[in-house]
Design a protein around this ligand. Structure first.
Ligand code: DGY
Length: 320
């Protein structure tokens, strides 16, 4: 069957697909494929492997044609895929949960440490060759021990973040539609609270929910006003969950203490109001960026394709 891989992915996954199918197109370069080239490449494909940079909408699915059976996204988030449109055409959409959980939680935790302890600022001091000297009050940050971490979205990555927070002596509250199983909640010492309470009581708010209509701009001007003036916001989920303009305004007004962001509203563009601020740490969407994790993600996506093309259910279809 015809398989299209729209962007460069780890070789082991390409080899697995090539071993069983005809990989008719592979965009084997480091830059992202253009929309035009992508729509051309996917014609007549039975399976397409996509990254989060591809918008899988009606136009994309029309370009593929009626024979398309599976779109395998190499990401856990699948807000780039119009799932109802896939369903209407009988196309199975898959994602890559679990394999990136620990790596993404590491990124969120790293952002939290960097921004609360002002490590980014410190690094910039030295790199800019500014004079500095050890000082009792120099670049003091906020310690994490005994502070409250509010986790919005207690899925696998939220739970992995909570485990790390517990090891650092933090208290954890969370907001989610679902309640944690009693043993997991007990292990983490995590308490479910209403979202407003989470914003009002947390010293750090970390976002781990998917981007959906209901979470678009979940962190808006009102939510930011509810946060403590000393609190920090961490986003390693999806940019549009935060109203970036409202975040810049809140930082300027001193309504919160800072933010650590791995994702942005209009990636790869970053709001100008964030770039020169010392109270933010900015990463270029590195959440799952380790060799091991990206390999596991691509191999899982390849397995999903192989399963569907073999008439079997895929390992990780997207969950609605
Ligand atoms: C994902 O898998 O959704 C991540 O954002 C990719 O790093």
């Amino acid at each position: 069957m015809k398989v299209v891989i729209t962007n460069k992915i780890p070789q082991s996954a390409v080899d697995a697909l090539r071993a069983e199918h005809d990989v008719v197109f592979y965009h084997d370069t480091d830059d992202c494929i253009t929309r035009e080239a992508c729509l051309e490449a996917v014609r007549d494909a039975d399976a397409v492997v996509t990254l989060l940079t591809e918008k899988v909408d009606d136009e994309f699915l029309d370009a593929c044609g009626d024979q398309l059976k599976v779109v395998a996204n190499v990401a856990v988030g699948y807000n780039n895929i119009d799932v109802p449109a896939c369903e209407r055409r009988g196309v199975i959409a898959t994602n890559t949960p679990k394999v990136l959980t620990e790596t993404t939680a590491d990124t969120a935790f790293g952002l939290m440490l960097m921004v609360t302890r002002r490590f980014g600022e410190g690094e910039r001091v030295i790199r800019s060759r500014m004079p500095w000297q050890w000082g009792m009050f120099y670049l003091l940050g906020m310690g994490l021990q005994g502070k409250t971490l509010g986790i919005v979205g207690m899925g696998q990555i939220g739970i992995a973040m909570a485990r790390r927070a517990k090891a650092f002596g933090m208290d954890v509250v969370y907001s989610d539609a679902y309640e944690l199983a009693a043993d997991v909640a007990g292990e983490l010492g995590a308490r479910k609270v209403e979202l407003d309470e989470l914003f009002e009581t947390s010293d750090v708010v970390s976002l781990h929910c998917p981007l959906m209509d209901s979470t678009h701009h979940l962190v808006d001007a009102d939510a930011l006003k509810r946060m403590k003036k000393t609190a920090y916001l961490i986003n390693s989920a999806r940019g549009p969950i935060v109203d970036e303009a409202a975040l810049v305004a809140a930082l300027e007004a001193g309504e919160i203490a800072g933010a650590g962001l791995d994702v942005f509203e209009a990636e790869p563009t970053v709001h100008e109001g964030l770039i020169d601020r010392d109270d933010v740490v900015l990463l270029p969407h590195l959440g799952s960026a380790t060799v091991e994790t990206r390999t596991a993600m691509a191999e899982l996506a390849a397995q999903n394709v192989l399963d569907v093309l073999a008439g079997k259910p895929p390992v990780t279809p997207v969950t609605k």
